[in-house]
Write a protein that binds this ligand. Structure first.
Ligand SMILES: Nc1ncnc2c1ncn2[C@@H]1O[C@H](COP(=O)(O)OP(=O)(O)OP(=O)(O)O)[C@@H](O)[C@H]1O
Ligand SMILES: [Mg+2]
Length: 329
């Protein structure tokens, strides 16, 4: 079995070369503190996310990934093991190769931690591959081509811009302002303008609804900032777009900085070809249009913006030349 794994700050996606996406759930697990004993896993993924904010105090929610890297090896191992178990179905126990996406700026030490956690969770041969390259492959781009390509991945915890060709990277930039910061900006806006306190999940849901429905009024549920009473308010999608604008503008500057790093011929390729955008937050209302207007180059949104990294990583495992050019070990 060949697996591509995208351990994101917000979501974990596993793709199997033969069966497609076999796991796609939030990157969270809920542990239950035992009396004097070790913590035990109570729920993982969607099930854990559904219990967030409802679970009694003996439960702790853990997000195993921070900015795309593993901080605690033990936690990562426990998490990966249960993700793999849940995504394996009847194939559990078979030898499995995997390619795992890593952030482009991550260090050799961080890769080793991730690879070690993966191997200890039962994977046989594991390769680390830049997420942006994996995402590009998932979008049908060939990173071994001579022509320069540029992609932007806007996830939950990071936004990454990478230019590459011919088996190597030409330039990369990243920013810690992405989807999570957009959610925070939305809840700040609601508090300041509508005097409405909302939880993180409600703010995120409004943000996502606004990107799907640009016209209709959107209903938000929260608490009145003064009286503390439950309150329903309606908000326009443009308000959400305006609230997240400081973050989209920062992503724009990150992209512009990466373009500035390119030699003239490479820049010409990117201007002609355009930029491919993926990651959940690239779906924010008006994002590709805003990039096009300010940078003057075409921006294409990936067909599968949230699963192309895992798909591309899985596909890369079957391409020895690509792996030897881009895999980090
Ligand atoms: N339709 C949408 N419009 C706007 N934002 C969205 C939409 N769908 C998902 N998001 C946001 O996308 C983010 C998750 O995207 P993704 O799964 O690509 O991140 P990730 O890979 O887990 O994170 P990272 O790559 O930073 O580690 C979340 O912040 C989520 O709120
Ligand atoms: Mg991601």
């Amino acid at each position: 079995m060949d697996l591509g794994i995208d351990l994101g700050t917000s979501n974990t996606v596993v793709s199997d070369v033969r069966h497609g996406i076999v796991y796609d759930e939030p990157s969270v697990m809920l542990l239950r503190r035992g009396s004097g004993r070790r913590e035990r896993i109570f729920a993982v993924g969607t099930e854990a996310a559904d219990l967030l904010g409802r679970a009694p105090s003996e439960f702790v929610a853990i997000r195993p990934m921070h900015d795309g890297v593993v901080t605690d090896l033990e936690t990562a191992r426990t998490y990966l093991r249960s993700v793999l178990r849940r995504s394996a179905g009847r194939g559990w126990g078979l030898p499995r190769r995997a390619a795992i996406g890593v952030p482009v700026g991550s260090t050799a030490l961080e890769h080793r931690a991730l690879l070690e956690a993966a191997e200890e969770s039962g994977l046989h041969t594991v390769a680390a591959l830049d997420k942006s390259i994996a995402g590009a492959v998932g979008c049908g781009i060939d990173p071994l081509e001579r022509r320069v390509h540029m992609v932007v991945d806007v996830g939950g915890g990071t936004a990454e811009v990478v230019a590459f060709c011919f088996g190597g990277l030409l330039a990369h930039r990243s920013s810690k302002l992405a989807g999570d910061e957009m959610t925070l900006a939305v809840s700040r806006y609601l508090r300041e303008t509508h005097h409405l306190h909302v939880g993180e999940l409600e703010a995120e849901s409004l943000k996502i609804r606004a990107s799907a429905d640009a016209d209709g009024p959107l209903v938000v549920q929260g608490r009145d900032a003064v009286s503390g009473r439950p309150l329903l308010t309606t908000v326009k999608a443009e308000e959400v777009t305006d609230a997240v604008r400081p973050i989209t503008e920062e992503i724009l500057r990150t992209l512009a900085a990466c373009l500035d790093d390119l030699p003239p011929q490479a820049l010409a390729d990117v201007l002609a070809e355009g930029v491919v955008a993926f990651g959940g937050s690239s779906q924010i209302q008006g994002f590709p249009q805003e990039l096009e207007q300010s940078l003057g180059l075409p921006v294409k949104l990936a067909a599968q913006p949230m699963t192309c990294v895992a798909d591309g990583a899985a596909r890369a495992l079957r391409n020895r030349r690509l792996l030897s050019a881009y895999a980090r070990r």
